[in-house]
Design a protein around this ligand. Sequence first.
Ligand SMILES: [Zn+2]
Length: 423
Amino acid sequence: MSEYKVSALKYRPQNYADVCSQEFVTQTLKNAKLAGKIAHSYLLSGPRGVGKTTIARIFAKALNCTNSKDGEPCNKCESCIEITKCVHPDVFELDAASNRGIDDVRAIQDAAKYAPLKAKYKFFIVDEVHMLTLQAFNAMLKILEEPPEYLVFILATTNPEKIPQTILSRCQRFALHKLKIKEISDQLKKIAEAEKITIDEESLFLIAKLGDGALRDSLGIFDMAISYCGNEISYRELKGFLNLPDKEIYFNISGYIKNENAKELLNYLNYLQDQGFDLQTFYNGLTEHFRNILVIKTTDKPELLDESDFIKKKYVEESANFTLEQALRILKIIFDNETRYKYSANQKILLESMLVEICRINKEVVDLSELISGLEALKKKSPDIGETHIRFNPVKKDDKPKTESELEKQLKELFDAEEFKME
Ligand SMILES: [Zn+2]
């Protein structure tokens, strides 16, 4: 039986060219090797799962490789093979999340005293370095103050702000970024091809998106999808397996909102709940939906959406159903309720009342115009009417609906006028 390896390990890049994105970092490290200008400590910071320790290992390999070309490791020499297998006697890896004490750093101090056994450089790769204790940092600082020629530290962290300034100032710093959905899905596609897995574009996109910028997380979901769906992953099956609400749901919801059909909207919500959808996931999806509409309304650039091409097109169509003010207003209501929603014991009731409120957003604008009409009428009845009020235009039923800001402006003018000032 062949040994099963998760995709994140099996397809871990072994040279810079295979690292997904992060070209700025890989190119600089390659140049350092080519120019022979090696610092004693490097700090790679960035979100989880974007390649920090992978790059650290490639760097260690490239520097110790006996057959390196263009700054890349050969992956064939003894040194490269030993580093890949994590058995090289001069390359140490420490996970500071579980080895954070002074003893662990003393061990590094002791090891640092002796020249490398085989290679030119001795490496210490310290992952999650921000987890070290202050004492441990001080011990590390002592080494960094007078590092021996052969010593190279590569520190990796998700929280660089938690590292003492004294350490930071001695490091060459590199910030790695979250990966784009397209970068992750391209990578998944390559792996799927190599593994002879059939997978459609929508599924690739969904898995890439769920990783939230971390390739490792997307690869984890990819592995789960394979164990569930087998060698043919279809979007429908995948969605069912992940129990995710379909995008279509949110388009239906905004359809009800556009038609101000609160009754059907609540019926639909009930139906969704019977399907077993998690309400928090639903809430997040709803926020994203109206955010997408707002982005299209504001920028007219569907490429800014983190969605598949098919869904982007739908958003362009959908955004025509709402004015910018409406989209803003709906989002405001959603955000205003967000915290309450998270901690509410009655999420469903809160959600229902919020959706009814959203259905009434046009109503409220009308109410505002009715209010203005009422005020105008009141003014006409007043015995001390001056000339000035002629500039107000009463809102008539057959008037073109005014935008919220126009109405607000009108209302403000009305209140600012002399005859409405309180005595
Ligand atoms: Zn090599």
